[in-house]
Design a protein around this ligand. Structure first.
Ligand SMILES: [Mn+2]
Length: 335
């Protein structure tokens, strides 16, 4: 085994010990990030399948998560009243796929041991002695969970759990566009021994129902798009009222380094950005850029190298200009 494989193995052993003792103390909620994307929801439900004392829960189910959970009848509890909706005696709290406490959207008590499973570039967690952080440079948090289950709870890898894990991996990696070779090893770990038809599954997963008003909004967003050069980087940018992530991915398909979509609703401005693999290989990290914007303008920002976001109260134009100015300052280190 290589050094990095040994590190992964030992982190998963630590995780197993932590889960084991937490579940002996009481109930263990597995909390999702509040965006409710497929990676966070898939990770939570799959991990919770490995011990009856664990329960997948969170604030919100995103569009894809909702569809997948409905199809698989996957158990997920919505916490409309925060932790008050959970049993009183908690043995610990696991948080999956969230780069900071505020990405959970629920206040977490200090006295209960926490375990963080994540793969974001940015990290704003402050941990105590009883807390554990398992952070691996993988494409999706479901990769961490898939490897954990296969080593420490192989019986939990049922057909629905495998589908949840695969769905998280496909959506977070942009169908393996931002993956390292290890992601393919994880994908085959998930698929081997299952009856999942990969091609059918990916098509089903990605064909989401867009209603005519959403389609109109995406089309207008595309019509409004402008391309510009910022320092050594090319950017295509636009704004829309809904489905910013989808619009950003569509725009990136036109071949620029970066796509940026902004949105202002009810006094809140959001930036959503995507970058090509060539751009991230040349040293661009959108997650770090969004973090820098939060330092400059306030609000919250972070994410991955190739996909990230910022939310705050500054107007849309100022936020966009800040993004473009940060990109302009960044040196490109391609050959
Ligand atoms: Mn993720």
């Amino acid at each position: 085994m290589s050094q990095s494989e040994i590190d992964v193995t030992s982190q998963l052993v630590e995780l197993h010990k932590w889960i084991d003792s937490a579940c002996k103390r009481g109930a263990v909620p597995v909390l999702t990030g509040m965006n409710g994307d497929m990676d966070t929801v898939g990770s939570a439900i799959s991990l919770a399948a490995s011990n009856p004392n664990m329960l997948a829960c969170g604030l919100h189910l995103g569009r894809v998560s909702k569809k997948v959970c409905q199809e698989l009848s996957a158990p997920f509890r919505k916490l409309s009243n925060g932790l008050a909706d959970l049993p009183k005696n908690l043995g610990g709290i696991i948080i999956v796929d969230a780069a900071a406490p505020n990405q959970v959207g629920i206040d977490l008590p200090d006295h209960i041991p926490k375990c963080i499973l994540d793969h974001h570039i940015t990290d704003d967690w402050v941990l105590s002695d009883t807390d554990l952080s398992v952070k691996l440079p993988v494409s999706a948090t479901t990769e961490i969970v898939a490897n954990y289950l296969s080593k420490h709870s192989p019986d939990s890898l049922t057909e629905p759990v495998r589908k949840l894990l695969l769905a998280g991996l496909i959506t977070d990696s942009g169908r393996f566009k931002h993956s390292s070779k290890e992601s393919f090893t994880t994908a085959s770990l998930i698929l081997n021994g299952s009856n999942i038809d990969y091609a059918k599954f990916v098509e089903w997963l990605e064909t989401s129902k867009i209603n005519s008003s959403e389609r109109g909004s995406l089309l207008r967003g595309m019509q409004r798009a402008n391309s510009t050069n910022s320092g050594e980087w090319s950017i295509i940018h636009s704004y829309c009222g809904t489905l910013e992530g989808r619009l950003a991915s569509l725009l990136l398909g036109l071949g620029q380094d970066i796509s940026l979509v902004s949105r202002n609703k009810d006094g809140e401005t959001r930036l959503t950005a995507r970058a090509s693999k060539i751009a991230t290989s040349d040293g661009l990290s959108l997650g770090k850029i969004m973090q820098d914007i939060a330092k400059q303008l306030g609000g919250e920002g972070g994410g991955h190298d190739g996909a990230a976001g910022w939310t705050g109260t500054t107007d849309r134009i100022t936020a966009e200009s800040s993004f473009i100015a940060h990109i302009a300052k960044l040196k490109r280190n391609g050959e």
